[in-house]
Design a protein around this ligand. Structure first.
Ligand code: CA
Ligand code: CA
Ligand code: CA
Length: 294
């Protein structure tokens, strides 16, 4: 009920004959303004479903906070904001917002139990992110964007689950801009690094000695049977104090683009007639107040 999906009609033919289209979803906070601020002080990952959507606040620990709120509006009245202070050493915070295929709660956190499609049909993803200048963590850090995968495509085996991560630091990025929204786009030639997938974190899958320079296309060749479990954006762990946000997370699978705009549900807008009546009532109230005060 909190998520309204609009079919935007088929977008101009990127690939004539192929399935193509776009869906933009408004994903609403669970709470009215100022919105959500889901946090967990404990050291174990906890999550919360975002009602009416397949999105979750997830993997939140050590005081990390994530929530759709009006702190940093983007494409409307809100975005998904992040903050955390613990770290970078010791028990540092973490907080994600994740879209999961058939998400299920496991010990207070959420896991996908289904698939969004074949990794081989994935052609890219993008998002807008924001780093507030109040952040004192490493200057190149910003909320990352991840695709979550099951590497062998068999959902009953979970030791090969993991993901691929986009960060500017491994794509020629320097210091992240602050106090302004930045749009990043992941294509077949973008460098991604992995966690999990049954091959260890930061695996080197190509001929170069460096682990962080495998492109999306190389990962697709490396894991031809993988299926997509979901998408994720987040902050930490191992960061210092950070304040920021993300919005307009989108991905394209089989030529169909899905974009999520994080928003606060608007109050019902009164019709012009009732606005006029409200105006008259307020004017009357002002007059009454003046009279009372005189
Ligand atoms: Ca598997
Ligand atoms: Ca390499
Ligand atoms: Ca928004």
């Amino acid at each position: 009920m909190s998520s309204k999906i609009f079919s935007l009609a088929l977008v101009t033919g990127l690939a004539a004959g192929a399935a193509s289209g776009a869906h933009a979803a408004l994903v609403y906070a669970n709470n009215p303004a100022p919105g959500d601020a889901y946090s967990n002080a404990s050291g174990s990952n906890q999550g919360q479903a975002i009602a009416g959507s397949d999105w979750y606040y997830n993997n939140v620990r050590n005081g990390g906070t994530v929530g759709i709120s009006d702190a940093n509006p983007r494409s409307g009245n809100a975005s998904a904001s992040f903050s955390g202070t613990a770290g970078p050493g010791g028990a540092s915070y973490k907080a994600d917002i994740e879209y999961l295929a058939s998400g299920v709660a496991v010990g207070g956190n959420y896991l996908a139990s289904g698939s969004l499609g074949a990794f081989s049909d994935f052609s890219g993803m993008s998002y807008d992110w924001y780093r507030d200048s109040a952040s004192t963590n490493t200057a190149g850090q910003h909320p990352s964007l991840r695709i979550l995968l099951d590497r062998d495509g068999d959902l009953s085996t979970i030791n090969d689950r993991g993901g691929l991560v986009f960060e500017r630091a491994y794509n020629g990025g320097g210091a992240a801009p602050t106090d302004s929204w930045v749009t990043d786009v992941v294509t077949g030639t973008t460098f991604l690094w992995n966690f999990g997938l049954g091959i260890g974190n930061e695996a080197n899958i190509n001929a170069t000695p460096y682990a962080y320079d495998a492109t999306l296309a190389e990962w697709q060749a490396h894991s031809p049977n993988a299926v997509i479990l979901g998408f994720s954006s987040g902050v930490g762990s191992g960061w210092g104090p950070f304040v920021g946000a993300v919005d307009n997370i989108s991905w394209t699978i089989g030529g169909v683009t899905t974009m999520s705009n994080f928003e606060l549900e608007r109050a019902t807008v009164p019709e012009p007639g009732s606005l006029a009546l409200l105006g008259l009532a307020l004017a009357g109230l002002a007059v009454a107040r003046r009279r009372k005060g005189a």
